[in-house]
Each structure stands twice: as C-alpha cells, then as structure tokens.
Design a protein around this ligand. Structure first.
Ligand SMILES: CC(C)(COP(=O)(O)OP(=O)(O)OC[C@H]1O[C@@H](n2cnc3c(N)ncnc32)[C@H](O)[C@@H]1OP(=O)(O)O)[C@@H](O)C(=O)NCCC(=O)NCCS
Length: 173
C-alpha cells in the first residue's frame, strides 16, 4: 500500500510570546533555555500535526543566538516540517522578535529539530510522506537528506562512508 502524503503547509505552527521578567536573565535578556523550550514545543506540535502521532525529540541541530531578545519584546516562532523519513521528521523553526513601541523587528535565530513518531508502546512508527510546494519548502526538503546524514554520522548512527549525499557536497569519492 502506498504511503499517505501530506503537504508541508499542513504542519505550519506559529506561536507568539511576550517576554516577561520571569523569562529573563540578570541583563534583562530572554534566557536561552526558555527560548529553546518554546522552540521545542512549537516544533513538536508541527511534527505532531504532520504525523498525527505523539512525537519525541531525537535531536536538535546547532542553535546559535544572533541577537539578544529583550524584556518586553514580542517573540514569534514559526515551525514547519521540511521532510519526513520513516518514523522521523525534520522541523525547521525560525524565531523573530519585535520591539513593539518602536516597531523594530529582527530575526533572532533558527534551528532544525528532529522528532520521531512513536506508537502506544513508545516504539518508532511510520509517518506520512511530506510534499513540499513553495520554492523555500523545496529547498529545505532537498537539503534535509544531507542534514539527516550529518546528524546521524555525528550521533554515530551512520557510518561516514554511508553518507552518500553528504559526501557529494565535499566532492569525496
Ligand atoms: C529517538 C528514539 C525514539 C529512537 O529510537 P530507536 O529505538 O533508537 O529507533 P531507531 O534506531 O529505529 O531510529 C528511529 C528513528 O530515529 C532516528 N534517530 C535516532 N537517533 C537520532 C538522532 N540522534 N538524530 C536524528 N534522528 C535520530 C533514526 O534515524 C530513525 O529515523 P527513521 O525511522 O526516519 O529512519 C529513542 O532514542 C528515544 O526514545 N530517545 C529519547 C527521546 C526523548 O526522550 N526525547 C526528549 C529528550 S530530553
């Protein structure tokens, strides 16, 4: 039987948060850990919407913080599944912030999360195929295979010589 297919846009999740005193460090900047918690939850909902399953976080790729988010800023998180494999899904999340009184908006950071859909016994289970539509979705879909191979090699779950697509970008035979 052929696998069910779903569009990338069906997994889109957006969350908006106001940075309150309890979210900040002593410099009045949003704590990195609080932001990562919001990112984890929003990305997990995107993966749940794609798979209609409970999901667990398998890995998070390098998160870096380009600019501090300040007390009182409004934070927007936008997540979408980029590609689905067997039981795992890669989710791309973008974070931006706005200083509402001045109307100044800026990009804060982005990351790729990998979630695994699990069944009632917490065992990995199959997920629908993802169909990208927009140019950005196609670009993210195409890059997802290389990113998957890189993270599986780093996690020692794949031998470097099996990472065919990854090797091709370095022109290694
Ligand atoms: C993620 C987890 C379900 C994988 O289970 P497993 O028994 O090792 O399953 P498998 O080896 O069959 O791998 C299942 C999928 O996970 C993916 N996976 C496993 N480790 C991974 C990693 N470090 N990064 C990315 N994907 C990973 C595999 O590539 C595979 O994907 P596929 O089915 O699409 O090909 C399991 O390791 C787990 O439950 N981890 C804890 C999850 C958790 O508690 N998260 C919260 C952390 S604080």
């Amino acid at each position: 039987m052929s696998k069910k297919k779903k569009f990338a846009k069906e997994s889109l999740v957006t969350k908006t948060e106001l940075v309150l005193p309890n979210d900040t460090n002593t410099l009045n900047n949003l704590m990195g850990g609080r932001l990562m918690h919001w990112m984890d939850v929003v990305s997990a909902i995107a993966a749940q919407k794609h798979s209609n399953r409970i999901v667990v976080t398998a890995s998070v790729d390098n998160v870096s913080f380009h600019a501090p988010i300040r007390l009182g800023n409004v934070v927007t998180l936008v997540a979408k599944v980029t590609r689905a494999f067997n039981s795992s899904m890669e989710v791309h999340i973008k974070v931006s912030a706005e200083d509402v009184p001045s109307g100044q908006r800026f990009d804060s950071n982005e990351a790729f999360f990998t979630f695994v859909a699990v069944d009632e016994n917490s065992k990995p289970t199959g997920v629908p195929e993802l169909v990208p539509e927009s140019d950005e979705e196609v670009l993210l879909f195409d890059g997802a295979l290389r990113r998957r191979q890189l993270r599986l090699v780093l996690a020692k779950r794949m031998k470097p010589n099996e990472a065919i697509e990854l090797k091709s970008i370095f022109n290694i035979d």
